[in-house]
Design a protein around this ligand. Structure first.
Ligand code: AMP
Ligand code: MG
Length: 318
C-alpha cells in the first residue's frame, strides 16, 4: 500500500474543493465531510481508485459502497429510478437517506462499488462541501465511512487522521459532522420500500412523506452485506441499558441517567445521535474495563442509535 504525508485542509480555505477534486481526478482517495460521518471518497467510475478504498479500509470485498451524486439527474444515469423512488428522492434529497436501486444496463460505475450485486446504493449528501466536490468532479464518488473496517465511523477530521493517517493524501476538514451516524438505507424493488439500515431519517418519516409503508428487512437474512453483527467496535467491552456505573466501568448517560458523559441531558435523540460515536471514542481513550451505556428510547432516531449500540456490544468477530 502506498504511504502519504496526509494533508488536512479546512473546507473554508480557498481552493480546498479544487484540491480535493484534483486528487480524485488523479485516482487518489480523499476523506471528505458529509452531514452523516466522514466519507473516504474515490471517483466511482475509476476501477483502480475504487479498489484502493477496499485496500485502505481493509474492507471485505463483498461489502458494497454508497455512490454519492450531485442530484437526482446524476443518479438517473446509473440506476433505474421508479416513480416511487423518484418521490422519495424529491422529498429527502439532498439528505441522509440512501436508496438501493437496480443498476442501469451499460452503467459506468466501477464494478467493486456494487460488490457484484445488480443494484447500486445512491445518495445525494446535504453537505455543501461534499456536493461541491461531486459537482466539480462531474462524476459520482464512491464513499464509505472513512475508518478502518469494523471500527467506529469518524465524525471529525481528527478521527479520520487517527484511523487513516499516512494511508491517504488528503483530508478535507469540515468540522464535526452534524448528524453523527451513518445514513438511513432503503431498498426499493417493485414499488416496495424495505429498511436496510436505520438512520436519522426514520421509517415513519418516509411513510409520512410518500404515503407508502416501509417494510423491515428479514432479520434472519443479511440483506445489506455490510450489516455484519460486530461492527462499530470500540476496544473496551460495551454494556447496554446501564442505569448505574459498576466497578471498572465508564458510564455514558442519557437524560436522567447522568454518567461521566451524557449523550443528551435533555433526552433529545438527535443530540444523542450527534454525540454517540464521539463519546464512545472519548470513553474508549480512557481505557475502562467496560463502557456502560444508558437505555435509549427505541423511537425516532433512537432506533438507529440502538442499532449502532447493539453492534458495538455484539461479540467480536476478529
Ligand atoms: P458505509 O458506507 O461504510 O456506511 O457502508 C455502506 C453500506 O451500504 C454497506 O455496508 C451496505 O450495507 C449498504 N449497501 C451499499 N450498496 C448496497 C447494495 N447495492 N445493496 C444493498 N446494500 C448496499
Ligand atoms: Mg462504514
Amino acid at each position: 500500500m502506498a504511504t502519504f504525508k496526509t494533508q488536512v485542509v479546512s473546507d473554508r480555505q480557498d481552493g480546498a474543493i479544487s484540491l480535493a477534486v484534483e486528487e480524485l481526478a488523479r485516482g487518489n482517495l480523499v476523506a471528505i465531510p458529509t452531514e452523516t460521518v466522514y466519507g473516504l471518497a474515490a471517483d466511482a467510475t475509476e476501477l483502480c481508485a475504487v479498489q484502493q478504498i477496499y485496500t485502505v479500509k481493509g474492507r471485505p470485498s463483498n461489502n458494497p459502497l454508497i455512490c454519492h451524486v450531485a442530484d437526482i439527474d446524476m443518479a438517473k444515469k446509473y440506476v433505474a429510478v421508479s416513480p416511487l423512488a423518484n418521490r422519495v428522492m424529491q422529498f429527502f434529497w439532498p439528505g441522509p437517506l440512501t436508496l438501493v436501486l437496480p443498476t442501469r444496463p451499460g452503467f459506468a460505475i466501477a464494478a467493486p462499488v456494487s460488490a457484484g450485486l445488480d443494484t447500486i446504493a445512491v445518495r445525494c449528501p446535504r453537505s455543501e462541501t461534499a456536493r461541491q466536490i461531486i459537482i466539480e468532479l462531474g462524476r459520482p464518488i464512491a464513499a464509505p465511512s472513512a475508518n478502518p473496517s469494523g471500527k467506529l465511523s469518524p465524525t471529525s477530521a481528527d478521527d479520520v487522521l487517527q484511523g487513516l493517517g499516512g494511508k491517504i493524501p488528503l483530508i478535507i476538514d469540515g468540522g464535526d459532522t452534524p448528524v453523527g451516524i451513518e445514513s438511513t438505507i432503503v431498498g426499493i424493488v417493485d414499488e416496495k420500500i424495505t429498511l436496510l439500515r436505520p438512520g436519522s431519517v426514520t421509517a415513519d418519516d418516509i411513510t409520512a412523506a410518500v404515503q407508502t409503508p416501509v417494510f423491515d428487512r428479514d432479520s434472519q437474512q443479511i440483506t445489506a452485506p455490510g450489516q455484519l453483527e460486530s461492527h462499530y467496535a470500540p476496544s473496551s467491552r460495551v454494556r447496554l441499558n446501564a442505569t448505574e456505573q459498576q466497578a471498572g466501568e465508564l458510564l455514558i448517560g442519557f437524560g436522567e441517567v447522568e454518567g461521566v458523559l451524557n449523550l443528551s441531558p435533555s433526552s433529545n435523540l438527535e443530540e444523542a445521535a450527534h454525540n454517540l460515536f464521539k463519546f464512545i471514542r472519548n470513553a474508549d481513550k480512557r481505557n475502562p474495563n467496560c463502557i456502560a451505556i444508558a437505555p435509549i428510547p427505541n423511537q425516532g432516531v433512537g432506533i438507529a442509535i440502538n442499532d449502532r449500540l447493539r453492534r458495538a456490544a455484539a461479540p467480536r468477530n476478529q
